[in-house]
Write a protein that binds this ligand. Structure first.
Ligand code: G16
Length: 551
């Protein structure tokens, strides 16, 4: 096998975002673009000779081609073995499971997650370290730095490898092992949850519907829900992974998972509904005519973890991203365990889990997971819910309402303004920064914070996080307007979009009064929504009258 050194010049836009490098497929198709980034990863991680790499993606358009390139580059960069998912497909949680189970040096995951796919859609690539989790910022920054000075990459001259048959083949000195990740993942799930109790629930007329959104989780969901738990075959819909997700937007929220939402809000609705995203790490949970916010879901899983075999020994702690509601904090306080508040991005949970400080983690962006792997995990969350439902024998809505009655309700919503001009988005953020002094209380001058009806501002800041394990500091993680009564508004620019900017507004208030728990979140948050629009001048600056997506 001949190894070629190919001369190249840097691209200036290879800075990883919240979760790896995400760009249009056309951007990745530029000559040398993918190769430059992959070589920057390999140069940064200092591959020990003969090391093993895990490799796979969510099956979107360009996945297969990219895998062939990466295999040839892995062989040329001294890897001894690469574990590839069959057909080049690995869900993100399964990749994390494989990295940990087979103790690989790390893994490369090809996914743009919930972003649309196809020739005109998005593609993405990220590196996960040996703990199975997304590389921390110091590594992604180093990869970016390497991408700015790269002058050559190494690639083997070899034919493509067949990816559809299980087993080993050779690429020069390197072994390529095509593996079936579904059984490894299903076994891990069986070790955590009471499958017998869930099987009994499903055989007693409890009806579920899982929407795989033509993305990666279809085969995993069929194996677990249908083959191992006995659910009827039509419980899993859109189960065939497609390169373009059937033209859909594989984002499990109320807007994009509309087929599932219509079924759960329609006549003769199933008892439980769930969906997962492009790469299988997100989840949305629905009851009959009822939506569980991701923030509430995390809190409810934590409060009921004692009912689930894998978590019966207790939780070490909980972590949530800053924009996620504080519902989980209340559960942590009741359990007498710590709750950590991190910036957005699963990579911030890795250190806390590795250090044994937290067991459960969650984000408002439909992500929930635990220390069983180092990624968020869509099917895991669905199974956790089913285990709770099997143990409590109550409908989803009753479980949520009882939770609110006990802990109070953190009323929550996120408004996304997608695809707005970058300058306008930056203008909104700058305007908010400029208003900090005017909005917040100034005790030195004997002045309280700005008053909006019954709400008074206490403080404004731009969230900054110091990792309690390694002391690293991450600044500029979202503008917060915090009110005296505990309500808050958070403004953040998304780090996962590929077109213009996506501005997210996160709104939260706390309602202890059970008689008000029935209120629709948009209604209950109406005052905060109008304050958010007023102080940010969002409509004037972006020309947008309403959000693209509300969750
Ligand atoms: C990624 C990250 C999550 C993050 C989400 C939204 O999820 O892994 O930690 O919460 O993006 O990030 P942003 O608000 O910056 O768009 P995924 O499922 O896209 O990998």
């Amino acid at each position: 096998m001949q190894i070629r050194m190919v001369a190249t010049t840097p691209f200036t836009d290879q800075k990883p975002g919240t979760s790896g490098l995400r760009k249009r497929v056309q951007a990745f198709r530029q000559p040398h673009y993918l190769e430059n980034f992959v070589q920057s990863i390999f140069d940064t991680i200092d591959v020990p000779a003969g090391a093993t790499l895990a490799l796979g993606g969510d099956g979107r358009h360009y996945n297969r081609e990219a895998i062939q390139v990466i295999l040839k580059m892995a062989a040329a960069n001294g890897f001894g073995r690469v574990l590839v998912g069959k057909g080049g497909i690995l869900s993100t949680p399964a990749a994390s499971c494989v990295i940990r189970k087979y103790k690989t040096h790390g893994g490369i995951i090809l996914s743009a997650s919930h972003n649309p796919g196809g020739p005109d859609g998005d593609f993405g690539i990220k590196y996960n370290t040996a703990n199975g989790g997304p590389a921390p910022e110091k590594i992604t920054e180093a990869i970016y730095a390497a991408s700015k000075t790269i002058a050559q990459y190494r690639i083997a001259d070899a034919p493509d490898i067949a990816l559809d048959e299980l087993g080993d083949s050779r690429l020069g000195d390197m072994t390529v092992s095509v593996i079936d990740p579904v059984s490894d993942y299903a076994e891990l799930m069986e070790s955590l949850f009471d499958f017998a109790a869930i099987r009994a629930l499903l055989s007693n007329g409890f009806r579920i519907r899982f929407d795989a959104m033509h993305a990666v989780t279809g085969p995993y969901a069929r194996e677990i829900f249908v083959n191992r738990l006995g659910a009827p075959a039509d419980s899993v819909i859109n189960a065939e992974p497609l390169e373009d997700f059937g033209g859909g937007h594989p984002d499990p929220n109320l807007t994009y998972a509309h087929e599932l939402v219509e079924a759960l809000y329609g006549g003769n609705a199933p008892d439980f509904g769930a969906a997962s995203d492009g790469d299988g790490d997100r989840n949305m949970i629905l009851g009959r005519h009822f939506f569980v916010t991701p923030s509430d879901s995390l809190a409810i899983l934590a409060a009921n973890a004692h009912l689930v075999p894998g978590y019966q020994q207790g939780l070490a702690g909980i972590a949530r991203s800053m924009p996620t509601s504080a519902a989980a904090d209340r559960v942590a306080a009741a359990l007498g365990i710590p709750c950590y508040e991190t910036p957005t991005g699963w990579k911030f949970f890795g250190n806390l889990m590795d250090a044994g400080k937290v067991t459960l983690c969650g984000e408002e962006s439909f992500g929930t997971g635990s220390d069983h792997i180092r990624e968020k995990d869509g099917l895991w969350a669905v199974l956790f819910w089913l285990n709770i439902l099997a143990a409590r024998k109550q409908p989803v809505e009753a479980i949520v309402r009882e939770h609110w009655a006990r802990f109070g309700r953190n009323v929550y919503s996120r408004h996304d303004y997608e695809g707005i001009p970058i300058d306008a988005a930056n203008g909104v953020m700058q305007r908010l920064h400029d208003r900090f002094a005017e909005l917040q209380a100034c005790p030195e001058q004997g002045r309280g914070g700005a008053q909006f009806g019954h709400l008074q501002v206490r403080r404004c800041d731009d969230f900054s996080y110091t990792d309690p394990v390694d002391g690293s500091v991450s600044q500029g993680q979202g503008i917060r307007i915090l009110f005296v009564d505990g309500s808050r508004i958070v403004f953040r620019l998304s780090g996962t979009g590929t077109e213009g900017a996506t501005l997210r507004i996160y709104l939260e208030s706390y309602e202890p009064d059970v008689s008000k728990h029935h209120l629709d979140a948009q209604q209950a948050l109406a005052t905060l929504i109008s304050i958010a629009l007023g102080v940010s001048e969002l409509r004037q600056r972006t020309g947008r009258e309403r959000p693209t997506v509300i969750t």
